[in-house]
Design a protein around this ligand. Structure first.
Ligand code: AMP
Length: 541
């Protein structure tokens, strides 16, 4: 017997409808790419998104077509998302930090028909446009006054393009399982893989993300997504902010410390989210100027592990609660957030920080398990680590144009991360499965060693890789970048680590380098490091 409730498909554009009706006047403020601050609201965003939809429809963009965006977080970019969604086309966010060749590969693979592009990226695009085979038209996200001369095919200024539509248009209706958005994984090995979100998965994920023990956003909040729309579906903020009716502050192209501080302060931002690198820049700015953060209440730090010192600084010096979060493009992307369950709520000081070093617990809609290499479940004791696998309505089941099976027999997706689970359901990442060092049949966490090494006052950045060893298979090599004008010996670094980890975890050697390579999303590029050190000879003990 079926239930007798209404059929109301979970379509993403219903979120902007709700925001326009219930929270229509709420401000959406952007530092525009052209420079000045621009202010609009949800009601106008919806009106203009309808024009985008109408105009796309007139240009022949159909259900299932891919439309690329190469753009910063701005009100125009948001209008594009909802306009594309509203006719059943698919927004495809392209990460401008990728190499031009990767961008070409991704756009061709996705067969994007149109591209919305910010002024910032015109020069690089013009150079490589001949490699973008499927794009029929470029819409430059600016007005006629700022539109430069460009060689891009059928290029038009966004404001002129939507001015040709009157907005007298109704969203299209279709099944909630229709594809909505697309984002390619950064892919440290092989070609990038396309993750294809559905309307249903995005809407359910936005609900999940907004829960009190997740991001806990309310209409009273002022939200600044520093995480770009092109990074893993913007951690849901393009959906969960209008869904809850919070005000939205968009940073445009300027993500440096002073610019972010200015927005936080001027607009009394209460909630923000981004990767550790941007927060490092903000903390440096605060230290330099002595400024405070009286309005900011919560900050989500994810994408890579939040360093203990960063969490502590935000909380102790600025009174901002840190929510450590973990996720991945394949998970829409949120997997877990480190908010306090009653079991941990009373903790303070170092004991609280110990828990906050964990990546947290999954909200309803994400199931987790840890297994050994053979797929056997491992205990949730906070110590045993294994492959982290996940299941849920906003987790990928396949990649775009790829038939490979990516789920196990129980329907779980292997995240490629290695983690522990504690008895209260808190997950802690110990490594990427391809980065753990397999020494004599046991696993050594490269991340634990890195975290320890960066605690040394002279160390700016550290990476640990496994190097071939005749007896133990692999042993850890610590690669270190020293802070500016600092000198240190290998023994000095090792002595600092001694006694803080098991003896057999101690790196066999330390290599000092000028720079550690990173991916386009700021993660350490271990493949390149391993290549660089593949003939490295460890000292004989
Ligand atoms: P991406 O799909 O590019 O967002 O990358 C996802 C990967 O980033 C995860 O599988 C993790 O390896 C890593 N990651 C994300 N958040 C965290 C975190 N809080 N701590 C450690 N690693 C993280």
């Amino acid at each position: 017997m079926l239930g007798l409730m209404q059929d109301w498909p979970l379509l993403c554009h219903r979120i902007i409808d709700h925001a326009a009706i219930q929270h229509g006047a709420r401000p959406v403020v952007t530092r525009s790419v052209e420079g000045p601050i621009h202010t609009t609201n949800y009601a106008d965003i919806r009106k203009r998104a309808l024009k985008v939809a109408q105009r796309l429809d007139r240009d022949g963009i159909k259900l299932g077509d891919r439309v690329a965006t190469l753009a910063w977080n701005t009100w125009r970019h948001l209008e594009c998302w909802y306009g594309i969604l509203g006719i059943g086309a698919i927004y495809h966010t392209v990460n401008p930090r990728l190499f031009a060749e990767q961008i070409c590969w991704i756009v061709n693979h996705a067969e994007d028909r149109m591209m919305f592009v910010d002024l910032t990226f015109l020069p690089i695009l013009e150079k490589h446009a001949h490699g973008l085979k499927t794009i029929e038209r470029y819409v430059v996200l600016t007005d006629a006054a700022h539109m430069p001369k460009t060689t891009l095919k059928n290029a038009v200024a966004y404001e002129e393009w939507i001015a040709e539509a009157d907005g007298d248009f109704a969203w299209k209706s279709f099944d909630e399982n229709t594809a909505a958005g697309m984002c390619y994984t950064s892919g440290t090995t092989g070609n990038p893989k396309g993750v294809l979100y559905s309307h249903r998965s995005n809407v359910l994920h936005a609900f999940m993300a907004s829960l009190p023990d997740a991001k806990g956003i309310a209409a009273r909040d002022v939200v600044l997504p520093v995480v770009p729309l092109f990074h893993a579906n913007c951690w849901s903020l393009a959906f969960s902010t209008p869904l809850t009716g919070a005000s939205l502050i968009l940073p445009g192209a300027k993500l440096d410390g002073p610019s972010i501080y200015e927005l936080l302060d001027t607009y009394k931002v209460t909630f923000t989210a981004g990767v550790p690198t941007v927060w490092l820049a903000l903390l440096q700015e605060l230290e330099k100027t002595g400024a405070k953060l009286p309005h900011l209440k919560r900050i989500v730090i994810g994408g890579s592990a939040s360093p203990r010192a960063m969490t502590q600084k935000f909380q102790d010096s600025y009174g901002v609660e840190v929510i450590h979060a973990w996720g991945m493009t394949e998970m829409s992307p949120l997997g877990s957030l480190c908010t306090m369950k009653p079991e941990y709520a009373a903790l303070t000081g170092e004991a609280k920080l110990d828990i906050q070093m964990k990546q947290g617990h999954p909200p309803f809609g994400v199931e987790m398990k840890i297994t050994d290499d053979k797929g056997k479940n491992l205990p949730w004791d906070g110590k045993t680590f294994g492959r982290l696998k996940v299941r849920g309505p906003a987790v990928a089941r396949r990649y775009f144009k790829d038939d490979s099976e990516i789920l196990d027999q129980e329907g779980f997706f292997d995240t490629g991360d290695v983690a522990t689970m504690d008895p209260h359901g808190y997950m802690q990442i110990t490594d990427r499965s391809k980065d753990v060092i397999k020494s004599g049949g046991e696993w050594i966490s490269s991340i634990d060693l890195e975290n320890l090494a960066v605690g040394h006052p002279k160390v700016a950045e550290a990476a640990v890789i496994g190097v071939q060893h005749p007896k133990w298979d692999e042993r850890p090599l610590l690669v270190v970048v020293l802070k500016k004008d600092q000198r240190a010996s290998k023994d000095e670094i090792l002595a600092f680590m001694q006694g803080k980890i098991a003896k057999w975890w101690m790196p066999d050697d330390v290599a000092f380098v000028e720079e550690i390579p990173h991916t386009a999303t700021g993660k350490i590029l271990k493949t390149e490091l391993r290549e660089r050190f593949k003939d490295y000879r460890l000292p004989v003990q």
